[in-house]
Design a protein. Structure first.
Ligand code: KIV
Ligand code: ZN
Length: 380
């Protein structure tokens, strides 16, 4: 049985909080259009009360984009919610994302509130937000470090107040997959009205576990994932959209869930966000890195040239890449060299090829990569 997982993209909100990133209104619209073509279900377009620019971008995307829910972030304050509702008013489908911290750390140091006061504030915010839309998401900031019984109580009360999606953020990237799995599963099993809401994973990458935690959350029963393109975001970033989508796709056997994402748009989207945000994608980045479908060692090249699946679990065409690449280096073998020579139109007798191979190895020892121009020189 397959089940749908909703993809909530927060590239334009949490992603744009990356130090050094500032997107113009036009750039946000360009990304918003691409996210819609990619097939995300919800776009968190900004935090409307935070600045006139954020208000304008949420409002513009609400006016321009169709077939996607536009979401605005708010604190659990009436003024924030009113402003978000105004920005979202033209949207075909609108969501207000409100909430408050739940860990004692955040309550004590940030809010200087008791648990009871925070709960009452959250419930009031949800009820207020429901006046503007029946799609209200509640975030429990720093859930990863919070007391479980308190989390269960908050979830029950905010669902009763009208929240339809419950976001369980591991704000500080503190949890590890087994813990996050039990956090989500525990909420679903222990909160009496949990069947009335969708649970959402929102994981940060401080310990490099954002994708693993998000997938563990899906295993635990979450049916929404909050992600950014290329994993951009505060500090070490958010969960990478492309990683989660491809993991769910490639490991259907494990997860039994589906998304609405057109995977062939993953690479174009990654490149667009990288270009507009100025955040370079590391070459060995999973799914969309420049080396993700490139092979340089002789053993791997030989395997891939005989049968792609020997060393590739993702067909590059599936993510919108052109093809697998054979990169010639000092570790490459005869099969790889022959293949690259054939690609540029050369075939040689075995004796002549052996001479070229020997020259190739000498040259490769002096360079990081032997490129097409080098090959042409080598063969004379
Ligand atoms: O990481 C977080 O807790 C957040 C919330 C504001 C949703 O980004
Ligand atoms: Zn976040």
């Amino acid at each position: 049985m397959t089940d749908r997982v909703l993809v909530f993209d927060t590239t334009l909100r949490d992603g744009e909080q990356s130090p050094g990133v500032r997107l113009s209104l036009d750039e946000k619209l360009e990304i918003g259009k691409q996210l819609t073509s990619l097939g995300v279900d919800i776009i968190e377009a900004g935090f409307p009360i935070s600045s006139p620019g954020d208000f304008a971008s949420v409002n513009l995307l609400a006016k321009e984009l169709r077939n996607v829910t536009i979401c605005g972030l708010t604190r659990a304050r009436e003024k924030d919610i009113e402003v978000a509702a105004e920005a979202l008013a033209p949207a075909e489908r609108r969501r207000i994302h409100t909430g408050l911290g739940v860990s004692d750390n955040h309550l004590m140091f940030k809010f200087k509130m008791s648990r009871e006061e925070a709960l009452a504030t959250g419930v009031k915010a949800v009820k207020f937000a429901r006046q503007f839309t029946d799609d209200v998401e509640y975030f429990m900031e720093d859930s990863g470090r919070a007391d479980l019984d308190y989390v269960y109580k908050v979830v029950e009360e905010v669902i009763r107040a009208g929240a339809t999606t419950i976001n369980v953020p591991d704000t500080t990237g503190y949890t590890y997959p087994n813990e996050y799995f039990h956090l989500i599963k525990g909420i679903i099993e222990n909160v009496p009205n949990s069947d009335q809401a969708v649970f959402s994973c929102h994981c940060h990458n401080d310990l490099g576990m954002a994708t693993a935690n998000t997938l563990a959350g899906v295993m635990g029963g979450a049916r929404q994932v909050e992600v950014t393109v290329n994993g951009i975001g505060e500090r070490a970033g958010n969960t990478a959209l492309e990683e989660v989508v491809m993991a769910l796709h490639i490991r259907q056997d494990k997860f039994g869930v589906d998304t609405r994402i057109d995977t062939t748009q993953l690479l174009p989207t990654s490149r667009m966000v990288s270009r507009l945000s100025g955040m370079v994608v590391q070459r060995n980045k999973a799914v969309v890195g420049a080396n993700a479908y490139a092979h340089s060692s002789g053993i791997h090249q030989d395997g891939v040239l005989k049968e792609r699946s020997t060393y590739e679990i993702i067909d590059p065409l599936l993510v919108g890449a052109e093809k697998s690449e054979i990169i010639l280096t000092a570790r490459s073998g005869r099969h790889g060299l022959k293949h690259r020579l054939a690609e540029i139109g050369f075939a040689f007798s075995e004796d002549r090829f052996e001479e070229i191979y020997s020259d190739f190895l000498k040259l490769a020892d002096t360079k990081k990569e032997v490129d097409e121009d080098d090959l042409r020189l080598l063969v004379g």
